[in-house]
Design a protein around this ligand. Structure first.
Ligand code: GMT
Length: 387
């Protein structure tokens, strides 16, 4: 098939999933066209099967806000016509589903019927999309998509609770190529980051308020009192400065390393012993899944889809949002001795296999086939993923 993928190209789970999906689809022989405003961060390889079409917006002084949706829908129309695209797959409802719908209408006028799959990722529903200013447009775009997927059961439930949805939502969970996380590094270079007796605790996110980065610092502060350790924070965002200030005020600044954005998260996870994700909301928690695939146990909140990914007592522990003390106590439970840590590490890795590319990408392919025949409402995949 010829598939157009619309996504955010920057650091963030939805763009990562969309990129990995495109790469896997190309591997399966499909022709994939990424359409977005910048080359996606993990898309370093373009080929006959993988194309990238940049959406550019001419600046005009009259506009306070540049009309990205307009430029995107025009680009979609042009690319669908030029490459005879069979299906559009838009990731993150705002504004991609809306722009996709407009492109569909313009193409219909030219006699081209093109199905559109919309994948809901999280904050497009739970935070931003739910805002009254966006809600009518988001509801409309979801109801006018040909097929809709959500990345977790929890996000599906939230969508049905928060919006008046007439469409069936298929749960197709996020996935990763677990092979990529098999330890290919002979030397993890752990010694650069910590002393041999120290544990390494890691947090990876876009450091926005929803990630509760202050909790990460507080949890670490309690843990390091009992277990010699270092905290590595990967990512950039508005919570970075307040987090730095908190580490300073708690007197632990020398034990907290802010690494900024990284394209080599797998290398950092390679030498990590524990991953913290105490988010306020999290539809899935792709970062946690990546950590698990690297054999890193998770201390997380029980928000959203996290209980579907992080299995309590197996891959880590979950606590109510904001329960810093319990999260720290659970972290200490995992890190306290080598045997316990090794067992959690092995179980985290095993648990991540539920979400391997090989198990999930065929579900999207089946969905595309069904979508072309307007028959995606009967597909139920998710239950089969659990063993
Ligand atoms: O975090 C966001 O605002 C957007 C989005 C992103 O692009 O990273 O994150 C969401 O989508 C990811 C991929 O499906 C999920 O793994 C994240 O859990 C989800 N974030 C939230 O729900 C906060």
């Amino acid at each position: 098939m010829k598939i157009a993928i619309v996504c955010y190209p920057t650091f963030g789970g939805s763009g990562v999933v969309a990129t990995e999906l495109g790469l896997a689809l190309a591997d399966h022989g499909h022709e994939v066209h990424f359409i977005t405003y910048k080359q996606p961060v993990r898309l370093d390889l373009l080929s006959k099967k993988i194309h990238f079409h940049e959406v550019t917006i001419p600046q005009y002084p009259l506009f306070k806000y540049q009309p990205y949706e307009l430029a995107l829908s025009s680009k979609l129309v042009d690319m669908v016509k030029l490459y005879q695209i069979d299906i559009m797959h838009v990731h993150y409802a705002i504004p991609h589903a809306y722009a996709g719908y407009m492109a569909k209408q313009m193409l219909a006028q030219a006699g081209i019927e093109i199905p559109m799959v919309t994948t809901l990722h999280g904050t497009d529903i739970t935070l931003v999309g739910n805002h009254p200013f966006y809600k009518p447009a988001v509801t409309f775009s979801i109801n006018n998509s040909d097929c809709v997927t959500s990345v977790s059961q929890s996000l599906k439930d939230d969508t049905l609770r928060l919006f008046d949805i007439k469409k069936t939502i298929n749960v197709v969970p996020n996935f990763i190529d677990t092979k990529r996380f098999e330890n290919q590094f002979t030397d993890c270079q752990r010694s650069i980051m910590a002393l041999p007796q120290e544990r390494i605790i890691t947090h990876v996110s876009n450091l926005r308020p929803v990630k509760r980065v202050q909790d990460v610092i507080q949890i670490f502060s309690l843990v390091q009192k009992q277990i010699p350790s270092k905290l590595l924070i990967v990512g950039e965002g508005p919570e970075k400065e307040p987090a730095e200030a908190l580490a300073e005020s708690l007197g632990i600044a020398d034990k907290v390393v802010f690494l900024g954005n990284s394209n080599e998260v797998d290398k950092i996870l390679c030498f990590s012993d524990l991953f913290l994700l105490p988010s306020e909301k999290e539809s899935f928690g792709l970062a946690a899944l990546e950590a698990m695939a690297s054999g890193v146990p998770i201390i997380s909140s029980d928000a959203g889809g996290l209980p579907e990914v992080n299995i309590a007592g197996e891959s880590g522990y979950l606590s109510a949002v904001g329960n810093i003390k319990e999260m720290a106590a659970n972290a200490i439970k995992i890190l306290k001795d080598d045997a316990t840590l090794a067992s959690f590490k092995a179980n985290a890795k095993k648990s991540s296999l539920r979400f391997d590319t090989k198990r999930v990408v065929p579900q999207y392919e089946a969905l595309y086939e069904a979508c072309a025949f307007k028959a995606c409402s009967g597909l139920i995949f998710y239950k089969h993923l659990f063993f």
